[in-house]
Ligand binder design. Sequence first.
Ligand code: AGP
Length: 606
Amino acid sequence: MCGIVGYIGKDNAKNIVINGLKRLEYRGYDSAGVAFIDSGKLKIYKKSGKIRNLEFELNKDLSLPHVAIGHTRWATHGEPNDINAHPHVDCTGKIAVVHNGIIENFAELRKSLESKGHKFKSQTDTEVIAHLVEEEIQEGKDLREAVLSAVAKLKGSYAAAVIYEDEPDKIVCVRKDSPLVIGIGEGENFIASDVPAFLSYTNKVIFLDDNECAVITADNVQIFDLNGHKVEKEIKEIPWSIAQAEKGGYKHFMLKEIYEQPKAIADTISGKLSIFEEKNKKILTDFSKIQIVACGTSFHAGLIGKFFIESISRIPVSVDYASEYRYRNPIIDNKTLIIAISQSGETADTLAAVRLARKEGAKVVAICNVIGSTITREADYTIYTHAGPEISVASTKAFTTQLAALFLFAVEVAKVRKVIDKETENKLLNALSEIPKKLKTFLDTENEKKLIRKIALEFYNSQDALYLGRFVNYPIALEGALKLKEISYIHAEGYPAGEMKHGPIALIDEKLPVVVIAPKDRVYEKMVSNIEEVKARKGKVIAVTNANCPEIKKLADFTIEIPATEELLYPFLTVVPLQLFAYHIADFLGYDVDQPRNLAKSVTVE
Ligand code: AGP
């Protein structure tokens, strides 16, 4: 998820675009760049790191351009550096492109363009767009026609904006599966990935829909479908403050990121029927045991990964807190595969565990959300989650996308080792591909009914809480407890429900909220009896279950219904109510949910 901004009008386009990029820095912040046309010449500035690095360079340029496009990057293809930063240009250096999204067929397009003599400078997928537009312009098309013909060859998602030295009076932009909005001004117009970029100049907007293209001049905005037919669009007024807008209208980034999970999971799954290119397949066959290392929420994802891998590909898996792994003298050899899970890719303990394992001859697969981060550079192979930047310290969408990556890994290993047949493989992948839709349905219903918010209102003054789950939902009990602890500072404990009678049951009385995760799976009956044990001691039960579970509805004080799915996949659905429960409690307590006390988004020290 990157941020793009464009401006055409009477003012200094450079400054307006830079200010817009700063407002979109939450969308990606590993590199940035601007292209503008001044006195008939296209100029490009791009820099890795924060936008202030780019601004420093740009301030040395005294030109006052009236048209510019800019980009703040969240790398998906190619390391974050000055060359891979956007904008990207064609061979003539007259066409500049900024892009948010993923071009899935970029490799084959690049090959065919290189065979025609095009010279590529970057490792990005985006650069193919600039060269494709160049091809069309050389065939005599104008910029609009050239962009329409170019995008017809693209597969994947894109919001892109293009400027052309020979047509300096316009910006042409196009969208498919990535957001793009146009800001309507007086004698000036704006484009951006999100409203915050230009909300301080105008709140009159046109939201571009998928498969639409816009030609923006200082005095006019024309919208076309991808066949070039004109489309009439309504101008809407945005009633938000800037701060509100950055959060997309949500009160906190955490709530926004919870609601982004259906798309984040879909993006992580999309196009990934095989997560390992042919050349890397060997890594899947060359080991006899797996050791998962991670910290915090990523560790909980690892625990669920063990269920996925052992039950689907029948390979033994151990899961360690990285901070313990590095000192317990683990048994590692060249038949050991390490899976290092980290949202940030910078967590010191996980990094140290990776270095220890590599020194002992193990191969390392990283599951990470940040391209170019240290762990991805030290791993033999990285599976990227496509959650986009996760701003809130409390990890939510990174967790569910890690589960998606682990599930795909388990299926891939089982397939390569012929442990499962095609039918089972399809059944598993189809069930996974239905999760985003099921989750969206659940979130839309919650958004309407606010049931979990009402339940949170009953418990935000609690001193303690107990979370219980069994089988693949036992780690979800741990994750639910961690979410409550880290943002509401209420002491909470997650426990395998079967363990309750060996100790924690002593905690239960009428003041203790007990969150039970009990979908209709192989341990459902066991969970029903555990709830009866809690109720027998007057505990307050909040049950996450399915619609067709009358026994639980009768017993529980509060019931949160989730959609049905394959039993192994329930963690994707059971964790979200727990994220929301913790969020609403912290919000009722008035805490800064996105920046909780004592915590950092990435723990880079031991
Ligand atoms: C989770 O909400 C916390 N932010 C924390 O436990 C986090 O999961 C842990 O620090 C690991 O971070 P990583 O995934 O970036 O390595």
